[in-house]
Design a protein around this ligand. Structure first.
Ligand SMILES: Nc1nc2c(ncn2[C@@H]2O[C@H](COP(=O)(O)OP(=O)(O)OP(=O)(O)O)[C@@H](O)[C@H]2O)c(=O)[nH]1
Ligand SMILES: [Mg+2]
Length: 451
């Protein structure tokens, strides 16, 4: 028995001309509905599950298109319900005509509703459903692997293991509580403490993966800042390997920030070229500089660029905005300097580069990725990849710490059991065992229609 009764429909392929377009329906009556407009060798209701049949979609004997129809019967479908996929010619006029016809018998799907139904019909847990969204957005090798692993249950398995460990301890504690009066000690306190501490370590490791998981999913934010004319836009263009930003010898060329994304060794890197920082009366430039500061605050790495003058004051200002560890000092226009001067900058930890001679750009790229330690192996084990996961694990950690404290303070096993239950509930949120409608709608709202 499926969760929903009404049938939904949407065009699942992007708007525009293509080889084929796919219109997808899901719901108890979806096969019957398409049958009303289908003309083929046999009726769709007679077609076996997981098979494809050729025919025509007609509106009152008027042929709209020759189509291939795939039939997936519940529960063996993406949503767990009866699903029909109509592949027609990839012309939006045709696809829309078929959609209009079907909309006379069912309703348009909301964003992500197919995947939401898959979740509600237990075809996937919430982390796997979220991974579908990530997979659709993945633009680099690592974000693709991360989404694929999550879709195949890597995070689900890691969370489930933790939940089992917590439940095992809770069971022991409950037994101990039940038999307390009989003076038969079931448990070894030391062993319980060790087990809870091991859970805490695993949770803390998970939170660390989350910081990098966010970078994998949303990209490493890198901003280029410095005084006007030092060569920020030139470095931006060199990193992108295209003449995206305007470069001129006139200071104040870049007025507002520019953003572009590149894939660096499989990681998504979002680069921001910003307006040169200087005191100015130009009101537009002033707004641009303010916006540069906002970008800097959000950046994972800031390339602080100079072209010879050390500019310690600006560096100090930057240090007030973000953690100094995130700042990478860069000397550009190295082609204009003597070796002895360059050696001096190297001693002061500057990365040396010249966009004119194309020198130093590779070291710059390497330094950007230096602190990202996530490996393919970790992706297989499962990582946290969004703010929702991280918040839930942090909540779990709080309850686990209280549980540890309650044992240390000998408050009684009821307290520890209660804290562990709180910990379980927080973890269950990640895989979606406890979830309200509002909460689910928020998650699936990020999807496109038709998925
Ligand atoms: N000699 C030399 N000149 C460079 C180098 N990189 C950039 N320039 C020149 O420096 C000038 C300024 O470059 P931009 O990239 O526009 O500098 P910017 O920091 O973006 O400047 P604003 O947008 O005005 O803040 C241009 O004339 C570039 O050709 C370099 O490595 N060597
Ligand atoms: Mg510029």
């Amino acid at each position: 028995m499926t969760f929903f009764q009404d049938s939904i429909v949407a065009i699942s392929t992007p708007y525009g001309s293509s080889g084929i377009a796919v219109i997808r329906l899901s719901g108890e009556n979806s096969i019957e509905i398409v049958d009303l407009f289908f003309k083929g060798k046999i009726k769709l209701e007679k077609v076996k599950s997981n098979s494809i049949i050729y025919g025509k979609i007609q509106e009152n004997k008027h042929i709209i298109d020759d189509v291939l129809i795939s039939i997936f019967r519940a529960p063996h479908s993406y949503t767990g319900e009866n699903v029909v996929e109509i592949s027609c010619h990839g012309n939006m006029f045709i696809a829309n005509k078929i959609l209009e016809l079907l909309l006379t018998k069912c309703r348009l799907a909301e964003k992500g509703e197919f995947t939401q139904r898959a979740f509600l019909n237990n075809k996937m847990d919430l982390t796997e459903a979220e991974a579908v969204g990530d997979l659709l957005n993945a633009k680099t090798n690592f974000s693709h692997i991360a989404a694929m692993e999550q879709l195949h249950g890597s995070l689900h398995n890691r969370i489930s293991k933790l939940l089992t460990s917590i439940t095992d301890i809770r069971t022991l504690l409950e037994l101990e509580i039940d038999f307390l009066e009989q003076d038969l000690p079931f448990i070894d306190i030391k062993e319980i403490q060790e087990k809870i501490r091991a859970i805490l370590i695993e949770l803390e490791n998970l939170v660390i993966t989350g910081e990098e998981g966010l970078i994998l999913r949303e990209g490493l934010m890198v901003s280029l800042v410095g005084a006007p004319n030092v060569g920020k836009s030139s470095i931006f263009n060199s990193l992108l390997e295209t003449e995206r930003a305007i470069v001129t010898p006139i200071p104040g060329t870049t007025r507002d920030y520019l953003e572009e994304a590149i894939s660096l060794k499989g990681y998504l890197v979002r680069i921001f070229d910003t307006a040169g920082i200087r005191n100015t009366d130009d009101s537009i430039e002033k707004i641009g500089i303010e916006r540069s500061f906002d970008i800097v605050k959000k950046s994972h790495k800031v390339l602080f660029i100079i072209d010879g003058k050390e500019n310690l004051e600006e560096y100090k200002k930057l240090g007030e905005l973000i953690d100094e560890q995130k700042i990478i000092k860069v000397l550009n226009k190295a082609d204009l300097f003597e070796k002895s001067e360059i050696d001096n900058f190297i001693k002061k930890n500057y990365i040396i580069c010249s966009t004119t001679n194309k020198n130093g750009l590779e070291s710059l790229k390497e330094i950007l990725l230096k602190d990202i330690e996530i490996s393919e192996d970790q992706l297989h084990k499962g990582i946290l990849s969004n703010a929702r996961h991280i918040a839930a694990v942090k909540k779990t950690i709080e309850s686990i710490k209280i549980a540890i404290q309650s044992i240390d303070d000998q408050l009684g096993f009821e307290f520890t059991a209660f804290d562990l239950k709180e910990a379980s509930s927080a973890l269950e949120e990640i895989i979606g065992i406890v979830s309200t409608d509002d909460f689910l709608n928020k998650i699936f709202d990020n999807f496109c229609i038709g998925k």
